[in-house]
Design a protein around this ligand. Sequence first.
Ligand code: ADP
Ligand code: MG
Length: 238
Amino acid sequence: MDKILDVNNLKSGYGNVQILNGIDLYVEKNEFVTIIGPNGCGKSTFIKTIFGLCNYFSGDVFFQGNPITKIRSDLLISMGISYVPQVNNVFSSLSVYENLQIGSLLLDKNQFYNKLNYIYDLFPDLYSRSTDMAESLSGGERQMLAISRALLSNPKFLLLDEPTAALSPKFQKIIINKISELRDSGITILLVEQNAKLSLASSDRGYIFSNGKVVLNSKASKILNEDNISEYFLGKIK
Ligand SMILES: Nc1ncnc2c1ncn2[C@@H]1O[C@H](COP(=O)(O)OP(=O)(O)O)[C@@H](O)[C@H]1O
Ligand SMILES: [Mg+2]
């Protein structure tokens, strides 16, 4: 098993307040893994801790075999990790193109134009709106822009926090399908989702969190198909 991310007994939080109570989780290279669980159970906190944005208390986090709990976010980006936050993930008062420019400060001009072509191929809607302000985008287009910004750093491993929240069912599907495409192109995916059914349908494995702990880790198809699992942990799975 070739683990790109390996997390053991991770405890973290904000200031002195502990939110994660010992998380064990791994993601294999080129896997698509989804984390689900009720509001406030620590899903965003987990993603933020991996990306160096929370107060780390104890436990291990290895990325490609290297310990990363003490590594700053900007260095994690250069190691190949990228993060799409849950909210406020684009600059509203900048155009689509300017948002992409800002995300590309590490690239030289040629690399930027290559990446821009790749992104406009992946999300043609962004090409047609490249000079529009990000605040004028639909929710779905905004998520496409946020994902594109994360892709500019050439990630091997992409962390996404609820990219389909508040989107119409049509855009939810488009976004999840695009994330699957990214996986097919070789990027490993760790996704937090409220739309459990939709995301698990495209995932290899799922984790269910509750109260800062993992309560279940299983094949995504198993979580989807076993009524007692979904009902016990999630109420009626959405
Ligand atoms: N910046 C913060 N400072 C202090 N507490 C926070 C902060 N962000 C989240 N929390 C708390 O951490 C807990 C877990 O939140 P979060 O990880 O955002 O949950 P989820 O993403 O699963 O809905 C909640 O009790 C929340 O109030
Ligand atoms: Mg959250």
